[in-house]
Design a protein around this ligand. Structure first.
Ligand SMILES: CC(C)(COP(=O)(O)OP(=O)(O)OC[C@H]1O[C@@H](n2cnc3c(N)ncnc32)[C@H](O)[C@@H]1OP(=O)(O)O)[C@@H](O)C(=O)NCCC(=O)NCCS
Length: 430
């Protein structure tokens, strides 16, 4: 996997930001004096409190693995907070048939004092050019707002569901599993969540690996987490004693009643049996009247586990965003479920993916992609192509929305070929 830290800052963004009065440079997160202001700026950018020294140290240590960039006014002095931040690393993205290296982008902030002056645009375009220069075919991110990244060619690719359950109404129908659900302490929880996620992330397109600090945060172990002690953990071991699932959750008592809501922070499962057992633990917990869970797949089995499906509410929303940079490399990296021969005319204002591409899928599901002068069957933006890539949305849906153009036959063939066995998922924020 490419080490993003070895890739220099993008010359075009460096020049543009310099003209506007800013230094755009990679920050060494192993150097505490450089890491501190960047960490403080990111916390401030995401509306957080001032981080304490131990929080800064912990965050900076986790960020050492990433290429962290700060944008500093020319006149700024040592220790001054950057007015823009972004970080990136190259990580595997699960796709049909395997995985592809993805340029993951995170920590995008611009100081409220310097907003809407083009700093984010230069940082984002800089990341995309850096990724392309490093030979990475696709970029990805999760977004604080759904309206920010389409302009850079990102498409919403991995929808997820926020599930809420009225447990008094839901009941339970699913078969009882042979394994056992066990309480674990939070150190064990962090380790088990990481292990199960790592073993299960290949089963759905859109997933990326987690990292130790991520699991510690979910388990309530991050430095300075005043509510960390409220996090509880359970795991599921199968009848052979093998770890197959883990769940972090928090109980919130209703002060007027002797009841509580159970909020699932993360439910990771390697098997359907483990998933059912952890859902069962949550839904059948004594004194719990409601359960909710974030970042669940849109085809979660949950509604089918209960007696009364009307007790389950699923709110689907955007979560994983992808941006194809190299059409032949990205489209030929995944496998397909049906043969296909289609010409895609891709519009990419930033140029990376622009052009007409012939996508041919063999009977074995492998693809070849070549530039072509042939007439297009489907015309679409790079954002919409990126949305289709993980199988999380259908071409016919985008056509119905007036976003893409094509004949009904071509659209249906694309849908047959690109669909995935299970709905894509991205189970974490990054
Ligand atoms: C989102 C954020 C990074 C934008 O920074 P910025 O430097 O003000 O953005 P720019 O001036 O470069 O704007 C570039 C474009 O994005 C648009 N834009 C900026 N912020 C936007 C927002 N929050 N929602 C929708 N569009 C936005 C601008 O209108 C501009 O559009 P145009 O070039 O197509 O005309 C900044 O507002 C911020 O730090 N927000 C809080 C933290 C956050 O949410 N970060 C994103 C994490 S995923």
């Amino acid at each position: 996997m490419t080490d993003a830290r070895a890739i220099p800052t993008d010359p075009r963004s460096t020049a543009r930001l310099a003209e506007a009065g800013y230094d755009y440079r990679v920050v060494d997160m192993a150097d505490a004096d450089q890491a501190r202001p960047v960490t403080q700026a990111v916390a401030r950018g995401f509306l957080g409190e001032e981080p304490k020294p131990e929080e800064i140290a912990e965050i900076a240590a986790a960020m050492e693995a990433r290429r962290c960039i700060g944008v500093f006014p020319h006149e700024s002095v040592a220790g001054q907070l950057p007015v823009g931040t972004v970080d990136a690393w190259v990580t595997p993205l699960t796709i049909a048939g395997g995985e592809i290296p993805m340029w993951a982008i995170s920590g995008v902030t611009v100081a409220a004092t310097h907003r809407r002056r083009g700093i984010a645009r230069n940082m984002l375009e800089g990341e995309l050019r850096s990724a392309a220069a490093a030979g990475v075919a696709i970029a990805g991110l999760t977004a604080s707002e759904a309206t920010i990244y389409g302009r850079y060619g990102f498409g919403h690719a991995v929808p997820v569901a926020h599930i809420s359950v009225d447990t008094r109404r839901a009941g339970w129908l699913a078969p009882h599993a042979d394994g056992a659900v066990e309480y674990i302490d939070r150190e064990r929880l962090a380790a088990d969540l990481g292990r199960v996620h790592e073993h299960s992330r290949a089963s759905r397109s859109g997933q990326v690996p987690g990292w130790a600090a991520k699991w510690r945060k979910i388990a309530g172990l991050a430095a300075g987490d005043s509510k960390g002690a409220a996090v509880r953990g359970v795991r599921y071991v199968d009848s052979d004693g093998e770890l197959r699932g883990a769940m972090a959750y928090r109980l919130q008592e209703d002060p007027d009643e002797f009841t509580a809501s159970l909020h699932i922070h993360h439910l990771a499962a390697q098997t359907d049996e483990a998933e059912r057992s952890l859902w069962s633990f949550a839904l059948q917990h004594d004194l719990v009247t409601s359960v909710d869970a974030q970042l669940r797949p849109v085809d979660d089995a949950l509604p089918w586990l209960v007696r009364d499906q009307r007790a389950v509410t699923m709110r689907v929303h955007d979560h994983g965003w992808l941006r194809i940079l190299d059409v032949p490399a990205a489209l030929s990296a995944r496998t397909y479920r049906a043969p296909l021969d289609v010409v895609l005319q891709v519009d990419d204002p930033l140029g990376f993916a622009h052009g007409a591409w012939q996508l041919v899928v063999d009977a074995d599901g492998s693809a070849s992609v070549t530039p072509t002068d042939a007439e297009a069957d489907i015309r679409l933006s790079v954002a919409d192509l990126s949305s289709l890539y993980a199988g999380g949305v259908r071409a016919t849906q985008l056509f119905a929305a007036g976003r893409i153009l094509g004949e009904a036959g071509s659209l249906a063939s694309v849908d047959d070929a690109l669909r995935t066995e299970r709905a894509p998922l991205l189970g974490i924020w990054y």
